[in-house]
Design a protein around this ligand. Sequence first.
Ligand code: PEP
Ligand code: MN
Length: 361
Amino acid sequence: MSEPTVESLRKQVDEINLQLLELLNKRATLTTQIGKLQTSQGMALYDPQREADMLTALQMANRGPFSNATISALFKEIFKASLALEEKEARTKIVVQRKTPDQNTVIELPRGVKIGDGSFQIIAGACAVESFEQMDAIGEVLASEGVQIMRGMAYKPRSSPYDFQGMGEEGLKIARQVADKYKMVVVSEIMDASQIPMFQDYVDVFWVGARNMQNSFLLKALGKIRQPVILKRHFAATLKELLYSAEYIASGGNVNIILMERGIRTFNEEVRNTLDIGAVPLLKMESHLPVIVDISHSAGRRDLANAFGRIAKASGADGLMVEVHPNPPVAMSDAKQQLYFDQFRALMAEVRAVARPEKAY
Ligand code: PEP
Ligand code: MN
């Protein structure tokens, strides 16, 4: 028998490569199937014990020439690739997850108002409804600046139970009246699922505040209605947690969700919260939902409004939210951050001068 040549040996290697390729893909098909079953049964995709057992079995069967360490390293790479594939499959099931680069949810509100259509929407109004006169004065200024979405907060989640808690249903009535007078839509914060039918009589957009971001019972209830929901990020929530909270609403059938970045708690004492502006491109990269920036509760001060407003628009967000009051120092809540009317007009002029990029990332 003649000695094998390099060519003939290489030919055998080529054949084995093809066999390995087929086996690897066959393996991937099986693990993807396992991943689907695990997801449907609510099981975690990553099972460290299963990986350890497979590695032990491989080492026991290994006759060389590869060492056990090399075999382990090679198979760990295969396990990693399979897990990545399973995770990718699982993500396609998440309703709020972006599926294609041009998938963008456009929220359609009454009066033809849209959020997420490429425009930059302004949501403005008092921190809380205090009286008809206060809201009427605000409504007039907002309308003169072309604002279409008004805050009409009647339930306030205050840090102290002794602070003003909001006007309740009476406040919602005032908000609706003023919004109708100035042809605007009204948003208002809901505290509990039991309030949904009552809110439906007055508001166009439901609002879940930072403190209720992980109230899964409220989120599930809002998944059953069809009105849009603004979901604020909790001040200690990761973006993944915010998106899972949105998923609670979306998986119930209501995909009319607007995400809102409102600042997170850090060691920075100069501001009330730290505006996490990087959240805008990251959220838009991960999700097809519109993103709005709250420039009031993030800063906690009036003198940053223009800067934060410009930054918000330049970030590629779909709008900003700002608090405005006829006489901020005597406001019943958030007196330090609500804008005077002239400051609000200045903010609008500054924001108008900034271009909104077509893409946030
Ligand atoms: C608000 O925007 O009215 C509010 C209470 O803010 P947050 O829920 O972000 O604290
Ligand atoms: Mn406020």
